[in-house]
Design a protein around this ligand. Sequence first.
Ligand code: ADP
Ligand code: ASP
Ligand code: MG
Length: 406
Amino acid sequence: MALFVQKFGGTSVGSLERIEAVAELVVKTRQQGHQVVVVLSAMSGETNRLIDMARQLDTRPNSRELDVLLTTGEQVSVALLAMAIIKRGHSAISLLADQVGIQTTNHFGKAHIERIDTKRLAQELEHNRIAIIAGFQGRDNEGNITTLGRGGTDTTAVELAAALKADECQIFTDVDGVYTTDPRIEPKAQRLACITCDEMLSLAGLGAKVLHLRSVEAAGRHKVPLRVLSSFSPDAGTLITYDDNSMLQRVVSGIAASRDEVQVTVIGSMPHVPNLELIEALCTENNIAIDMITQTQQHSEKIGYAFTVHSNDHLQVIEILQSNLGYIRAHHVESYMDVAKVSAVGLGMKSNCTVTGQFFSALAQEGIKTLMDASSEIKVSVLVEEKYLELAVRTLHATFFSESTE
Ligand code: ADP
Ligand code: ASP
Ligand code: MG
């Protein structure tokens, strides 16, 4: 008998028919003699609907209250699935994150899971009940409801799998695995039978939303056996692996793209160069990650830095920098939203220095201008005008994946 944590995303539970189909899948696993803990997202569209409602009331709704509102989506889906399983003659119970001891930091909207008290879940499993847990939510140490950020149900599932020492964490979604790029942008994308955790970490961090970034971080930390597969037609899917050396090292494993980027430029006037260390410290203090940092010299006497932030942090970062202009020695701050980040990721880049050249010349041949760039041992990223996102992804995919990858 194995213990599986099975997570189903929004599309997988997007209607009553889909919830019935998920109930069938879970019951099948149970009938095979396994224990199951299910983790669910809200029904598709529900979290967006709730956000829209809140924003109609206030363009920047109170973050604590927004979390209280958003967690209701998952409360609906877990209760419906429990009913569908009970109807099939199996014992099931829906539980909110607070009821299964998911303790988080107090950063509303982007809380981190700090620990999970598995006592209640262990009891449910002992009684042979299928536990159905609301994903994406937790509670801080003052008892407030928190959420983990969009897509955070993946992280709930992986953290629960780690805490319960599950045999496998299965992320059921609307595609049948991790592909060489988003198959909705490039239909020629190929499914990968496996991908290393480091590569998946880079892809997720660079916009491949098939897995929430922090779920991959948690999987890597606890070495959770993790698989991505389709809830519509489940088969082997894609396995996340932890042994980089045993893998056939593809030079490039995937192309990722993200629209959730904003380019921020902080400008000073000579001889006062803005102080990058202070800018970074202010952002860190406010839990805002910055990326692609580049020095800019717009005019001979004007000097500054450009960097990118997640679009969720846009208004906050501008507010913070503008109210600290003197402190960071800057003249003014500008931002540009119509940008996208496009990246290539692959462990094999470590030992192959032709990738960067191929990457830039492919984009240049299509006339795609790059605004900023950044690279590490296993990735190359560029910032482009948002209108070029699809073309850039397809161009890079054709450059690096002309042959089968399996
Ligand atoms: P869920 O609601 O199940 O959590 P998501 O929408 O968060 O599903 O993630 C699945 C989506 O991720 C797919 O529909 C696909 O468009 C997108 N995606 C982006 N990059 C990739 C990739 N490399 N491989 C597979 N899917 C990807
Ligand atoms: N319901 C949340 C969202 O839409 C969490 C998730 O689906 O993972 O982002
Ligand atoms: Mg998701």
